[in-house]
Design a protein around this ligand. Structure first.
Ligand code: GSH
Length: 195
């Protein structure tokens, strides 16, 4: 929404909400984030939310249309971020940090770290040759993949990002909309963590 220059309201939650914010289950029974509403529309799949925002608020510049030769590549990267990159990170986080110590699983963490980094190598090949993932411009596919890279960086995996990926993530983080989104999250995140 920041990239689209559209207004939005943000609420952050302690994680995982199914344990730390039980009331949230009344809103989203599966307890996951993100959870997005727009009037009567309710969505909880990240790639679908990005496609929705691009189509509805992106004024044609955040998405790629079916007549564009980059359409297939755009859809692929848009889904790659969530369907290939983000879920191994969720497993790593869960079994290295969120489970009680006696249920942590170093083998799962090591295996899915390897798995994640193999997939990052595919991003590396692409961003070593071009500024953005597809269409020669920034799109919501860069948000999808960029989010997973950003999360992995925050988890301490940034030192294992190949150089072109590290440079790509830096480019994304320098974007004014990224900076503005972070500034909006920060005060709420502080409150959530200390409460
Ligand atoms: N496929 C969903 C995944 C949503 C999801 O599982 N989110 C994780 C965080 S990455 C979550 O909320 N987990 C909470 C839990 O495991 O209870 C998406 O596209 O966003």
């Amino acid at each position: 929404m920041q990239e689209a220059g559209a207004p939005y309201e943000l609420s952050t939650l302690p994680f995982p909400p199914r344990e730390a914010a039980r009331d949230y289950l009344e809103v989203n029974p599966i307890g996951t984030v993100p959870y997005v509403t727009d009037g009567d529309v309710v969505m909880n799949e990240s790639a679908a939310v990005l496609e929705y925002i691009a189509a509805k608020f992106g004024a044609g510049v955040l998405g790629v249309g079916p007549d564009d030769p980059a359409f297939g590549s755009w859809l692929n990267w848009l889904h790659f971020g969530e369907a290939a990159l983000a879920w191994p990170l969720a497993l790593i986080l869960r079994f290295s940090m969120f489970e009680p110590e006696d249920r942590r699983q170093p083998y799962v963490v090591a295996e899915y770290t390897r798995f994640f980094l193999e997939r990052v190598a595919l991003v590396d090949k692409t961003v070593a040759q071009q500024e953005f993932l597809c269409a020669n411009r920034f799109t919501v596919a860069d948000i999808s993949v960029g989010y997973a890279l950003f999360l992995s960086h925050r988890m301490g995996l940034g030192t294992q990002h190949p150089p072109a990926v590290a440079a790509y993530l830096k480019r994304l983080q320098a974007r004014p909309a990224f900076q503005a989104a972070r500034a909006k999250q920060r005060p709420q995140a502080k409150e959530t963590i200390t409460s």
